[in-house]
Design a protein around this ligand. Structure first.
Ligand code: CTP
Ligand code: MG
Length: 221
């Protein structure tokens, strides 16, 4: 069995608004991407990163593509030995080894093609029209907000990604593509700190939480 980490890191980070790509922006003293790599490298046999053009230095770096899932497809293509794929966004630096392992264990238990980190919705969720008029309030019970890590049977992910670029571009995660291909997806409840860095507020929060984590991990004395 080969467990391969697949890290989409090829986005531009428009909403964060830093000079370069988001995955390489500084977060608590190092490039954002490196926090996730530290964790994935402890559980995966190899980690392939999809990076923006011009960042393909070193082994296991492939050029990403126009959409997030197309970048995942490029990275997966570079890892034909994978039997299990651990897909994790570079934008979630607070991922933990425990969370990845819980997803791996869920997949290994059988009966599903993917095990994905998720949190139960805590806000009331409404559907609204373009003018902001509410159409309906959705019953919140059973609604989850889905994150990464997402752990897949690699063959199932490979099949799911074998669709048109337009379908990949419309997908907001990879597990929905596996569902569309008839696969079974299970949720693993994630801790609240597994946030995604999208804007500057998220970055400030991630830096505070990572700083706190480093302090707790540092040897006393
Ligand atoms: N990503 C990617 N290839 C793309 C687009 C996104 O690999 N064509 C990656 C990003 O680098 C990020 C993850 O997918 O790690 C989640 O995307 P998002 O948070 O939207 O990041 P960006 O696309 O970089 O940000 P923005 O949408 O604000 O431009
Ligand atoms: Mg994006």
């Amino acid at each position: 069995m080969a467990i391969v980490g697949i890290v989409p890191a090829a986005g531009s980070g428009e909403r964060l608004g830093t000079d370069g790509p988001k995955a390489f922006a500084a977060c608590a003293g190092r490039p954002l991407l490196e926090w996730s790599l530290d964790v994935l490298e402890t559980v995966c046999d190899r980690v392939v990163v999809a990076v923006p053009a011009g960042y393909e230095h070193g082994a296991d770096r492939v050029r990403g593509a126009a959409s997030r899932s197309a970048s995942v497809r490029e990275a997966l293509r570079a890892a034909p030995e994978a039997t299990v794929a651990v897909v994790h966004d570079a934008a979630r630096p607070l991922v933990s080894r425990v969370l990845v392992q819980r997803c791996l264990d869920m997949l290994a238990a059988g009966g599903c093609d993917a095990a994905v980190a998720a949190s139960p919705m805590s806000d009331t969720v409404k559907e609204a029209g373009n003018d902001g008029t509410v159409v309906r309030t959705l019953p919140r019970a059973g609604l989850w907000s889905v994150q990464t890590p997402q752990v897949f049977d690699a063959a199932a992910l490979h099949r799911a990604l074998g669709v048109d670029d337009a379908v990949l571009a419309a997908a907001t995660d990879d597990s929905s593509l596996v569902e569309a291909a008839g696969g079974v997806v299970r949720l693993v409840e994630a801790p609240p700190e597994n946030l995604k860095v999208t804007n500057t507020v998220d970055l400030a929060l991630a830096e505070a939480l990572l700083g706190d984590r480093e302090l707790r991990a540092a040897p006393r004395g």
